[in-house]
Design a protein around this ligand. Structure first.
Ligand code: COA
Length: 152
């Protein structure tokens, strides 16, 4: 795969980001990209939406939120959405995206990067555990809450 890089979500890439595909059965684990884009628009101070390119191809969309003033610890640095195109899943795009979000969290002084996901066979549970997330409990919606340490 060509070299991976992140780009801010912008007018040029937004339509392509919205056309990313998922594998059958994965829709239940992530909200449509269009919802995330709308959320990012109304939460411009905290939302951090990015697209992932492999060379010239848009292969993923991620959105994090960073709010150091939040009273909820998880919202200081939290992955909200990840969507790697069905055709390139399993080739390191998700890991790259999380590393970039972690780097941004570190720059902002966050101690942990959090994520919340639905458990289940076809979901991202194995992915988050594999890349180093420690499961710390469940949230009010029954989702798994995990975190990755950012500071030594
Ligand atoms: C979850 C998702 C973002 C992972 O992205 P990806 O690019 O496929 O993952 P990567 O290739 O970077 O995988 C990183 C590691 O996790 C492992 N992994 C990924 N998915 C896995 C799975 N379903 N089962 C077991 N291991 C898995 C990979 O083998 C890899 O391990 P390695 O580096 O030791 O070889 C992607 O599959 C996706 O978009 N899924 C649908 C939407 C979704 O569930 N999003 C999450 C909502 S928050």
């Amino acid at each position: 795969m060509d070299a991976l890089r992140l780009e801010e979500l912008n007018a040029r890439n937004v339509v392509e980001a919205n056309n990313l595909t998922l594998k059958p059965g994965q829709e239940q684990f992530v909200a449509p990209v269009s919802n995330s884009i709308a959320e990012a628009y109304v939460n411009q101070n905290t939302a951090w939406p990015r697209v992932v390119y492999a060379g010239e191809n848009l292969v993923g969309f991620v959105m994090a939120t960073f709010d150091q003033d939040s009273t909820r610890e998880e919202f200081k640095a939290l992955i909200l959405r990840m969507n790697v195109d069905a055709d390139v899943q399993g080739r390191g795009v998700g890991r790259f995206a999380v590393e970039e979000i972690a780097a941004e969290g570190r720059r902002r002084g966050a101690e942990y990067l959090y994520s919340m996901w639905e458990g289940g066979e076809d979901g991202p549970d194995a992915f988050f555990r594999r890349i180093g997330f420690e499961v710390i409990g469940e949230n009010e919606f029954g989702e798994v809450v995990g975190r990755l340490r950012l500071q030594d």
